[in-house]
Design a protein around this ligand. Structure first.
Ligand code: NAD
Ligand code: IPM
Ligand code: MN
Length: 347
């Protein structure tokens, strides 16, 4: 099976290296990795953040393992050349619309959560985030108003087909878990969200076994911190899901712990940690690789039909944490490679 390995920028190469070590250990030689350039690294090498060869590799691969993109050197480039366009382009070009971001607390990390341990202990949820639409992909630009002021704009929109297909993923995900779906929107203000809510209700008629509720995003942000245990599955749009998942990560201990899978309708998937390239710690061996290692486990489960191997990796992460493995974000001193070693030792 061919894995497109796209390390990217900053800590991306550091964390994907550890994930590849772990994958090699559990799959032997069943996977073959082909490396591609993405992000600032690709821009610097060949002048584009998502070169055609990389896109072609991603299309050919059985799955994509992605690190992170983003480079402060590139922040002044025209938008279409910025590193972030690589991940946005991959999601769009491959139709990767369903981004699953599970957040649960490994019991050993109760002390690392930003919440009181008894509140944090209850977090076990999945955010189902739409990643092909919303304000991310609407018309955008800069213009000058009639009175000579600079004005930036980004159009937010969803059509009913886009909402219905992500709603179905939300309901299916809830059905396979505890049967509760919370749809998060801002329907009290946004037309986009009113359509979202109407369509989610229409789709719910096919899922009488799933309990649906609706929440405004501001309240959802508050409820995530007040009592994350109330959520089973959250389905939401691209922007709200981006923000809520970073927030959920701190309830679960660290942004360095949350993996993700982004799937298309052909069950092809891109697997990446939810965090970015972390320029502030890049190159220092401080990055926590567990989010990427857990993303590799999701890849085995969702794209490669290797659920037993995925279980082994998740159990090894839990065992490594139980044995005291802690990178700086978790309050410890272990390096990125030592965290990888700890998972390998547990395997
Ligand atoms: P970030 O997620 O890169 O970092 C936020 C904070 O969390 C930083 O203090 C960082 O050191 C810390 N952090 C992140 N991952 C960590 C890990 N594995 N272990 C320990 N600490 C970790 O977000 P940012 O600083 O807002 O963005 C930096 C760059 O990354 C930007 O260019 C941004 O656009 C990009 N980004 C890319 C992705 C992606 O590739 N999917 C996701 C988010 C941000
Ligand atoms: C993420 C990131 C990306 C997003 C950026 C880098 C485009 O924040 O994957 O969560 O907003 O989707
Ligand atoms: Mn994000």
């Amino acid at each position: 099976m061919l894995i497109a390995l796209l390390p990217g920028d900053g800590i991306g190469p550091e964390v994907t290296e550890q994930a590849v070590r772990v994958l090699d250990a559990v799959t032997g030689d069943a996977l073959s990795f082909e490396r591609g350039l993405v992000g600032g690294a690709a821009y610097k090498a060949v002048g584009h953040p998502l070169p055609p060869e990389t896109l072609d590799l991603a299309r050919r691969a059985d799955a994509i393992l992605f690190g992170a993109v983003g480079d402060p050197d590139c922040d002044a480039l025209e938008r279409h050349l910025r590193p972030e366009q690589a991940i946005l382009g991959l999601r769009k070009e491959l139709g990767l619309f369903a981004n699953l971001r599970p957040a649960r607390l490994f019991p050993e990390l109760a002390d690392a959560s930003a919440l009181r341990p008894e509140v944090a202990a209850r977090i076990d949820l999945v955010i189902v985030r739409e990643t092909n639409g919303d304000v991310y992909f609407g018309e955008k630009g800069m213009r000058t108003t009639a009175d000579g002021l600079r004005e930036g704009y980004d159009i937010m929109s969803y059509n009913e087909a886009e909402v219905a297909r992500i709603a179905r993923v939300g309901f299916e995900t809830a059905r396979a878990r505890r049967g509760r779906l919370c749809s998060v929107d801002k329907a009290n203000v946004l037309e986009t969200s009113q359509l979202w809510r109407d369509v989610v209700i229409e789709v719910s008629r096919n899922y009488p076994d799933v309990t649906l509720n609706h929440m405004y995003v501001d309240n959802a942000a508050m409820q995530l911190v007040r009592d994350p245990g109330q959520f089973d599955v959250i389905v939401t749009g691209n922007l709200f899901g981006d923000i809520l998942s970073d927030q959920a990560s701190m309830c679960a201990g660290s942004i360095g712990m949350l993996p993700s899978a982004t799937l298309n309708s052909r069950s092809q998937g891109l697997y990446e940690p939810i965090h970015g390239s972390a320029p502030d710690i890049a190159g220092q061996g401080k990055a926590n690789p567990l989010a990427t290692i857990l993303s590799a486990a999701m890849m085995l489960r969702y794209s490669l039909g290797k659920a037993a191997e995925a279980d082994r990796i998740e159990a090894a992460v839990a065992a490594a944490l139980a044995a005291g493995a802690r990178s700086p974000d978790l309050g410890g001193r272990m390096s990125t490679a030592e965290m990888g070693d700890a998972v390998l030792a547990a395997l």
